[in-house]
Design a protein around this ligand. Sequence first.
Ligand code: CP
Ligand code: NVA
Length: 304
Amino acid sequence: MQNKHLLKLLDLSREEIYEILDLADQLKYERKHNIPHEILKGKTLAMIFSKNSTRTRVSFETGMFQLGGHALFLANSVSQIGRGEPVQDTTRVLSRYCDGIMIRTYDQEEVEGLAAYGTIPVINGLTDFAHPCQVLADLMTIREYKAKLEGLKICYIGDGNNMANSIIVGGLKCGMDVSIATPKGYEPDQRVLDFAKTVTDAKFFLTNDPMEAAQGADAVFTDVWASMGQEGEKAEREHAFVGYQINDRLLSVAKPDCMVQHCLPAHRGEEITEEVLEAHANEIFDEAENRLHAQKAVLALLMR
Ligand code: CP
Ligand code: NVA
């Protein structure tokens, strides 16, 4: 892998994404067959969290352990970051103790700043702009079920948020057609839309009509209507997102074997119905499991 960091999927080539996915498949196989892979013995990952997490924290921490290394949890409430120590100082300090940093925060610039000032790899564990680790796990899961990525059509229904941004970039980079349905005013980030315009070997389609977006889809994604940090907009968003839901009616226009993916946590009855979530639970919890394997691949490629 050429990149020293995983800050956003925009930075990765198609080859680098496939390198991660291939190693993730291998590490998953080895784990299932009790084949040890202590690639990061003696190495430490600092994990900075400015937002809540279940999957990201647990999968990175257990992933580091399985790779023979160690992970430490730095919540803002207990570190000097929470008291305002500048990111450029934090990263230079952590670079003297640790071998990698994983950070979940609000501003993408904070993550880019850590990478610019530090000397160790930085991994984006979610910002308002991107969720690259999640989408690597999603691509891994789709490839497991469909045996390929290129030529498939994926669809995302809902907020043009960090997940939408990363699905567009990851999907297009892997040669998949990507269609997105958002309400007016909730479109994906302009940098991502600009990237989509440059892609020549896959199609990108943006609409306000979920049924139009889901036509013939091989996999349909959604995410919460109000992300972390948007709690104050909850009521307004509940109104704006009515109809932006994965339900049986929406799936009736997708391919008969269409997969459903949700990064979780899910809000049943909002962006997805209880029935659809439970009917597609295997795919959705495989997706959650694959966070572990995909991130172990990223850690191994960046930190070994
Ligand atoms: N999907 C995801 O990132 O989950 P957590 O917020 O629990 O880490
Ligand atoms: N868009 C959601 C994803 C959570 C994993 C958020 O940012 O809160």
